[in-house]
Design a protein. Structure first.
Length: 152
């Protein structure tokens, strides 16, 4: 049956960023809805950010489009152009290979919930704008290519 049962989809907390970058994302939780439904061409995450939490570090993708839709709460979207407030019903889009580092921060008093949608390119490289980090899928390295120790 196509209807997904959110109560059985695993909740992933925090991030798999290498130290010391994981701390700011520690409060984030996500449920991989598309994966739970057997979808492989694109991903959809149900993301919850408590007050003070970040969605990620500011980043952009070489081969993946991204789309965010806010379901509840308020999030501050931070891009190279500055800050914008996103409320329930607002959305934002980030085309692949556009080096506009972006992320969201919950500066409000309530948990914010959004859907994160993105394509799944095996050749994607993610560049983090403000820190010495890049990702080839989930393999993290310094921007010069030196690997970070795995957090296994």
């Amino acid at each position: 049956m196509p209807k997904l049962d959110l109560s059985v989809i695993p909740v992933r907390s925090g991030s798999n960023y290498p130290a010391p970058f994981a701390e700011r994302i520690a409060g984030r939780t996500r449920q991989a809805l598309a994966s739970a439904g057997g979808l492989t061409d694109f991903g959809v995450n149900l993301t919850k950010l408590p007050p003070g939490a970040w969605s990620s570090h500011r980043h952009w993708h070489s081969e993946e489009d991204e789309f965010v839709y806010v379901l509840s709460g308020e999030l501050t979207l931070i891009t190279d152009a500055g800050e914008q407030l996103l409320r329930a019903g607002d959305c934002a889009a980030f085309p692949k290979n556009s080096p506009n580092g972006h992320h969201m921060v919950n500066r409000g008093n309530d948990v914010a919930i959004c859907l994160d949608v993105g394509s799944r390119s095996a050749s994607d490289v993610c560049i983090y704008s403000d820190i010495d980090l890049r990702a080839d899928r989930d393999d993290y390295s310094h921007k010069d290519g030196r690997p970070y120790p795995r957090a296994d």
